[in-house]
Design a protein around this ligand. Structure first.
Ligand code: F6P
Length: 323
């Protein structure tokens, strides 16, 4: 292993830059040449590749987004696209690639590995939707971004005595809603993993109203429904003011938290260590605060287990039902 490369793919996530920095610096410190591939797999197909030096990654550890840019490449999913990518990697004498992204990016890393380019996956997505690892890079920052918004919305929601629905991202995974909801004291959390009852939410709002508390925060994961539709449904059932905020991309940007920077630094360095040791087709993860690695196809086959205990805790901690 002499030349390695790094790319970011899929939705950007805060901490991806810290991971790129870790790959570049630990790669160079291990005696390798390190290349940066722009715009994910599209850049690999197009040969948009540049050598990176220690200084190329100065002053980026804190920054959200990704200096390498990112893309969801449709062309790479075709046999022709994959063949072009493999060819370009060979032309650049790239022996191994660290792929920072989510499940779609890992499927690409597996395909490249099967075609003779050794790949290691590093989990970078705000969604925390990968079953094999406790946390993905970017999740903690997204939760903190959502929490910051909840705190602010609670101020105005309480002042006007309104119910606030806050819709957060996460695709099919409710982890952002769950973690931000508990940390922000949300009165109700709606996630795709747990069937929700509109009736019981409305009952909770009526009970709360009857004892004089008109403001509540309902945290809605995007995978569980549409905030605006839910607002209309609640308005139709309860005589109460409701407002909806869709957080959107606010939660995906901004400086990475210390937790994400540390995780990214540890995972990026581990990915290089694996390539240097001649490993391929593996992903890096964290379990019980220990960094580990496993085969990509095994990781992708795992089914994410939702933390029901944490979800139930949110019910126990809500003050809306009694005094
Ligand atoms: O996977 C990250 C994510 O932010 C999801 O939470 C969200 O559903 C999706 O990406 C949004 O995708 P796009 O950036 O293409 O709008």
């Amino acid at each position: 292993m002499k030349n390695i490369a790094v790319l970011t793919s899929g939705g950007d996530a805060p901490g991806m830059n810290a991971a790129i920095r870790a790959v570049v610096r630990s790669g160079i410190n291990s005696g390798l040449r390190v290349f940066g591939i722009k715009r994910g797999y599209n850049g690999l197909i197009q040969g948009d590749i540049q050598e990176m030096k220690m200084s190329s990654v100065s002053d980026i550890i804190q920054r959200g987004g990704t200096i390498l840019r990112t893309a969801r490449s449709e062309e790479f999913k075709t046999p022709e696209g994959l063949a072009k990518a493999v060819n370009v990697a060979k032309v650049f004498n790239i022996d191994g690639i660290v792929v920072i992204g989510g499940d779609g990016s890992f499927a690409g890393a597996q395909a490249l590995t099967n075609s003779g380019i050794a790949c290691i996956g590093v989990p970078g997505t705000i969604d925390n939707d990968l079953a094999y690892t406790d946390y993905t890079i970017g999740f903690d920052t997204a939760v903190n971004n959502a929490l910051d918004a909840i705190n602010k919305i609670r101020d105005t929601s309480a002042s006007h005595e309104r119910v606030s629905i806050i819709e957060v991202m996460g695709r099919h995974c409710g982890d952002i809603a769950l973690h931000a909801g508990i940390a922000g004291g949300a009165e109700s959390i709606i996630v795709p993993e747990i069937e929700f009852s509109l009736d019981s939410i409305c009952r909770m709002l009526i009970q709360s109203k009857n004892r004089g508390k008109l403001h509540s925060i309902i945290l809605l994961a995007e995978g569980a429904g549409d905030g605006i539709k839910l607002e209309e449904q609640i308005r139709g059932m309860v005589d109460i003011e409701v407002r909806t905020t869709i957080l959107g991309y606010i939660q995906r940007g901004g400086n990475a938290t210390a937790v994400d920077r540390l995780l990214a630094s540890r995972m990026g360095a581990k990915a290089v260590e694996l390539l240097v040791a001649g490993k391929e087709g593996r992903v890096v993860g964290i379990r019980d605060n220990k960094i580990f690695d496993m085969e990509i196809h095994e990781a992708l086959a795992m089914k994410k287990v939702f933390n029901k205990e944490l979800f139930e805790l949110s019910d126990v901690l809500t003050s809306n039902l009694s005094d």
